[in-house]
Each structure stands twice: as structure tokens, then as C-alpha cells.
Ligand binder design. Structure first.
Ligand SMILES: Nc1ncnc2c1ncn2[C@@H]1O[C@H](COP(=O)(O)OP(=O)(O)OP(=O)(O)O)[C@@H](O)[C@H]1O
Length: 289
């Protein structure tokens, strides 16, 4: 299945054109007057076909930034200022119905915790089928065929059996495969994978990374991977953005940032990934790029 037949026809995208533009974005939990920003004055552009990794330690603001892009920030959060545009459309100005239409067809997310993201009382097949039904007018029989194709594409061989399974009946790796299938169902322009392997066993992590790499390459999809692990980023991404304290402190091609980092925090991340004891204390005089 490359695209459900009954869907809207998108214009042929121009590879390399800006897809997501984030400009001067700041997010606070609580009042901007009394709370420190979780994301502060963040700007970047992701072009079509880019595979971008967002890396940084816990609490650096990665998930807040992803939630702001997806417009799923909790009520306590406020976007103080900034712009988020997808193909020139201001996501921050969209009404709920327009947002629902964009989610899963234009931007989709592979979550950190597949068990918490799947509904425990419905089979995985039913949940995949509902996502198709929300956006495409296809018969029940066609939906079943599409669901089984989607499961096979993520390496779930016995799809007719597995689609009848409830989430708790599947392994963690299998559940994450289902989430990837769900995210890819409507062929989004941008796939946001938020710590896609963190909840998985080490052996399964490698399989899920390989699956993501294969699916993204096959569909020439634009990818934003969020991870605190440089290994995951280096496996999947062509560009890297490094977050620290709510800011992007360094960004550039993965080959450069991961071999010749310019910011001391990125150097400490790389040292830690290589098993060297390393710590980073910000110097107030440091230039933030
Ligand atoms: N719902 C919330 N309410 C209040 N503060 C929050 C909330 N979520 C995140 N924060 C705060 O915002 C800052 C950024 O957190 P965020 O979760 O975005 O970072 P992260 O880099 O994604 O971390 P992790 O890798 O642990 O998920 C942290 O100081 C965190 O404590």
C-alpha cells in the first residue's frame, strides 16, 4: 500500500523545499512572567526529504518542542511567541478541525510509549482501521486489506492474526511496529519519532531503527527524530540539532556535528556516548548559535 486510493491527491512535492519552519518559538509551563521557558527562542527549518535528529539531555525541551509542533501541549503550557509553519501554513493559528485534518495526514508521530498510546480495549487492527476511516472513504473490506498490508510493511508477517490482537497481547517491539504502521498509514509529509526506541529492549531497538530507516527511505519521507541517544540519531539522520536548556545550541549536517562539534555541550554529549566521563557547565560568555 503506498497510499489509500480514496485519499486526497497531494501535489508532487519539491524535494529540498522548506517544509517546516519554526521561528523564534518560546514555550512556558505557567505564566511567561513568572516561569522560565522550557523552549526559548528556537528557530530552524526542515526541508522536504531531510532526516533531522533533535538531541539533548532529559529536560532540555525536546518533547515540549515536538508537542508545540503537533499542537498537543498540555493546557498549562503557553506559546509566548514565535511561528510554526508547515508548507507556509501557520499551525499556531489553526482551528481544531483543521488541526485534526493535518494530524496523521500531514504530520504523524511515533510515540515513546506505544502501550500508553494504544487503546487497550480495541484490537490493533480496529485502531489502524479507524485511522484509515477518519480520512478515507473506503469499505470495511478494503480497510481490512489496507490494515494487513500496513502490518506486513512493518515486518508483522502473520497480519491476519496479529490485527485481531489487543495491545497487551503483543511484545513491546511489536507494539512499536504497530505505532509505526499507524503513523505511516496516511503517508504524512513529516514523521516525528519521539524517543521511538527508549521503551524497548536493546536487541529490539536495533530492529525498530532499521525498520524506520527502511520505511523512510522507501517513501522519501521527511523525518524528525527526537532522542537523548546520539547512536539513534547517527543511525537515522542527515542533520542534527542539539538542544540544551530550552535552546538549540548547535545545528548542522550530522557528519559535521557528530565529528567536529563546535559547541562544548555537543562535545560533552559525544564524549558521554563514547563512554568518556564528561560534564558540561555552561559558560555565560558562550555564544549560543
Ligand atoms: N507538563 C509539564 N508541566 C510543567 N513543566 C513541564 C511539563 N513538561 C515538561 N516540563 C518542563 O519543561 C522542561 C523541558 O521538558 P521536556 O520534557 O520538554 O524535555 P525533554 O528534553 O523532552 O526531556 P525528556 O527527554 O526527559 O522527555 C523541563 O524543565 C520540564 O521539567
Amino acid at each position: 500500500m503506498d497510499r489509500p486510493q480514496a485519499g486526497a491527491v497531494h501535489a508532487v512535492p519539491d524535494p529540498g523545499a522548506p517544509l517546516l519552519v519554526v521561528d523564534g518559538l518560546s514555550v512556558h509551563y505557567g505564566s511567561p512572567d513568572t516561569s522560565a521557558p522550557a523552549v526559548e527562542d528556537v528557530s530552524f527549518t526542515i526541508s522536504r526529504g531531510d532526516r533531522v535528529g533533535l538531541v539533548g539531555e532529559s529536560g532540555s525541551g525536546k518533547s515540549t518542542l515536538a508537542s508545540a509542533i503537533l499542537r498537543i501541549l498540555p493546557p498549562a503550557a503557553t506559546v509566548k511567541c514565535g511561528r510554526i509553519e508547515l508548507d507556509g501554513e501557520n499551525l499556531l493559528a489553526l482551528k481544531p478541525a483543521a488541526l485534526r485534518a493535518i494530524r496523521s495526514t500531514r504530520i504523524a508521530r511515533v510515540p515513546q510509549d506505544p502501550l500508553g498510546s494504544l487503546n487497550p480495549v480495541f484490537t490493533v487492527g480496529r485502531q489502524l482501521s479507524d485511522v484509515i476511516a477518519a480520512h478515507h472513504k473506503v469499505t470495511r473490506h478494503e480497510r481490512t486489506t489496507l490494515v494487513e498490508q500496513a502490518l506486513r510493511q512493518v515486518g508483522i508477517g502473520d497480519a491476519p492474526v496479529k490485527r485481531r490482537s489487543y495491545p497487551h497481547e503483543l511484545s513491546g517491539g511489536m507494539r512499536q511496529r504497530v505505532m509505526i504502521a499507524m503513523a505511516l498509514l496516511n503517508h504524512p509529509d513529516l514523521l516525528i519519532a519521539d524517543e521511538p526506541t527508549t521503551a524497548l529492549d536493546v536487541t529490539v531497538q536495533a530492529q525498530v531503527i532499521e525498520l524506520l530507516r527502511e520505511r523512510v527511505a522507501k517513501s522519501a519521507m521527511t523525518l524528525l527524530v527526537i532522542s537523548h541517544e546520539l547512536g539513534v540519531i547517527s543511525e537515522l539522520c542527515t542533520k542534527v540539532m542539539v538542544m540544551y536548556g530550552g535552546r538549540i545550541v548547535e545545528q548542522g549536517p550530522a557528519a559535521e556535528v557528530l565529528t567536529r562539534p563546535t559547541h562544548p555541550y555537543t562535545r560533552s554529549l559525544l564524549d558521554a556516548a563514547r563512554g568518556k566521563v564528561s560534564s558540561y557547565t555552561p559558560d555565560p560568555a558562550e555564544v549560543v548559535t
